[in-house]
Design a binder for this molecule. Sequence first.
Ligand code: PHE
Length: 484
Amino acid sequence: MGNREHWGSKIGFVLAASGSAIGLGNIWKFPYITGENGGAAFIFVYLICIVIVGLPVVVAEILMGRTTQRNPVGAFKALSGSKFWTAIGGLGVLAGFIILSFYTVIAGWSLGYVFEALKGGFSQLGTAAQANEHFDSLVGDPTWMIGFYTVFFVFTMAVVFLGVKDGLEKGSKILMPILFIILIILMIKGISLKGSGAGLAFLWKPDWSKITGQSILIALGHAFFTLSLGMGALMTYGSYLSKKTNVPNAAVQIVVLDTVIALMAGIAIFTAVFATGQDPAGGPGLIFNTLTVVFGNMTGGYIFGLLFFVLLSVAALTSSMSLLEVVVAYFVDERGWGRHRAVLVLGTLVYAFGLPSALSFNLMADMTINDLTFFDSVDYLASNILLPFGGFFIAIFVAWIWGLDKALIELKKGAEKFFDNQPYLIKVFKIFLKYISPVMIFIVFLHSVGLLESAYEQIKNYWIIIVLAIVILIIIVSRNRKKK
Ligand code: PHE
């Protein structure tokens, strides 16, 4: 353990962790789900979820990593000694493996669009229908899909191959500021477009009638995905921290950066969408089908289009490398592999596992199980089951099993002043992690696996699950108490 690599600086860690958090979730997904769920009111709910559920779990994950200096499996093992909890860490590694396999497919689209931009292709896309057709023809071409998927994957492996300081940290330090600058330029450009006011109003003037149970749950689920929570990415990054770092402070910075970038992306995209009279509820194709038209029709569209897709690819890269790092860290820490071997072997395995996802838009589009393609199935499994499941157990673990008293002693290291100055915040953190976060996550989880949609009819199953979960928890907690 003595020679474990560490971040060179706190800012290096904050940028790398923000790099993990900021990704396709912020720039591709956040705008389209905001568009589909009514704009400002949805953003309001999302922000509440980020603060009351996201932030406490971010602190918990980083803290587990820093305390144990281990990957998720090693961290749970070191703190609990129990097989059950070690397996929860294992699910995190599995989630990392699966998410990486399909995340890189969408990242490949983004990279492909960098080349479309370079070729000047957007100038031929005058209408959304043309853009749509173009998009469909690109993703419908297996060579195009696999080609860019492969290139993006090689980039991801290359960074992780170089290691923590020379790869992850240096990469993030260069890539994150670029992303920030490009986004600021695009935001200013968006606001300056004629008719952008309607886009701003959509983002800031809440229509509360749009808030439904469903949209609250979508907001909460997205809070998880966007903060890279629930599978140990932040835990793994936290494991390369020394005890000198102020964790609450770093956590707040990461969460603020992630949120600011999502809002900036929202401004850049919706001003443009409204200025050109397009539909904000355009779904997953929103940025590919609407922004390309915007770029195609505007002066300077060539350069702004190029910048935008470079930005999206960069954001995706700093996230995908954190996903691969989780899997690699497990094999390095727990199985004694060298980093290079782990990157090559596991990278290749994840790559192979991702091929059917890349083919889900063309050759394998008709091979579906329950109407879901391979891509849809792995996305559903990871985003809607493994992540909320993991987040729930991380909150429960830190608050109830490891125990808040012990966790707070660890948290205080490097943050002594913060503790003395902010006794209330520490109290709030305790209440949130112990009660509010797990209950909220549990609700999202039930929703994700489809149990809440038909809650009225299913209320019986629903209660049985809650009662069962509580009984299991009480057993685990009481057994753990006895052990001590
Ligand atoms: N947070 C990333 C994004 O918003 C996705 C991600 C999820 C990365 C989980 C790592 C772990 O795009």
